[in-house]
Design a protein around this ligand. Sequence first.
Ligand code: FEO
Length: 401
Amino acid sequence: MYNTKKITEDLFWVGANDRRISLFESVYPVPTGVSYNSYLLMDEKTVLLDTVDKSVNHQFLENVAHVLNGKNLDYLIINHMEPDHCAEIPTIVAKYPNVKIVCNAKIQTMIKQFFDFELPEEQYMIVKEGDSLNTGRHNLTFVFAPMVHWPEVMVTYDTVDKILFSADAFGSFGAIDGNIFADEVDFDHRYMDEARRYYTNIVGKYGQQVQMLLKKAANIDIQMICPLHGYVWRKDLDKFIDKYVKWSTYTPEINSVMIAYASVYGGTQNAAEILAGKLAQNGVKDIKMYDVSVTHPSYILSDAFKYSHIVFASTTYNNGIFVNMENLLHDVVAHNLQNRKIAILENGSWAPVSGKLMTEVLSGLKNTEIIESKVSLKSSVKSDKYEELENLAKEIIESMK
Ligand code: FEO
């Protein structure tokens, strides 16, 4: 049965939730699920903005049919060709054969790569940056946003109701729990961490391209943001946009320390705990610790974007970096983290080399300083290492000033 949500007098959410999905994009755990948002504008001409993932197609098709209520579907705007949003294009084309697909040239190429359906060229409206579509009362303008998150991405701006259909930007992990607007839920406590984890892992690498979109957005009056995942924003837009400014410029949100450690028999963990305690005794607040063998790297990467200082502590394993730590470090580098201060702690019972190897992996991070003091353990913390940990804590605190 249909489950739609009214956003304005003539705009409806026709998406759906998936709470059974275990790994979004086959990588990211989503313990609170994910929403696939699609929007239907009921103007003189009817316009569907994006579709959904195939896992929720039944709910989506019922929703579209319910809102159309027997009317024809005139336009399908495709902002992003990733299959979590485009999977139902063939079904929509089959069900509403006169529909015109509105997209840019790159999107059209991808449609033909992904799907086999034949649609006459006159049923494509290929748009360029700044082109518009008038649908009666509304006027929709298309703004290109390459690499937020794929190269073909564009966003759609309704110049009449001042609504930005922002594609993946301003989205979040987590299903929509009944409410549709971000101001109807305790977003800061329930969703902000998941919005950060979504941003950093999905588009974190493309900060520069996100900044370009933010610059374009700064020139238009935006009263509402309708993303492809998560809640719709109609209040406190500046607060969320400010987060995007910080994340896309790789600016830490807090001046504090995150410690990620890999420990097989407890020696490295012990050193990490002692270091955290010494930092706390010296006034550092809100320290965060992760065991990389327990927590999925997407959570740790997300906090790496939040914290100003990061300690990576790893045992040596197979004459290299412990496997989960190595995976995390490559993830951090791949996501283009910048502007951080990093401390290294290594362990190894006969030939500790993880510190040197971790430093090598991290040396490519832009505007990032590796703090000089490095703690090197052999198996476990002894009294001389206690002093070294104290010195490292002091050096980290000094660099926080
Ligand atoms: Fe939600 Fe890039 O797809």
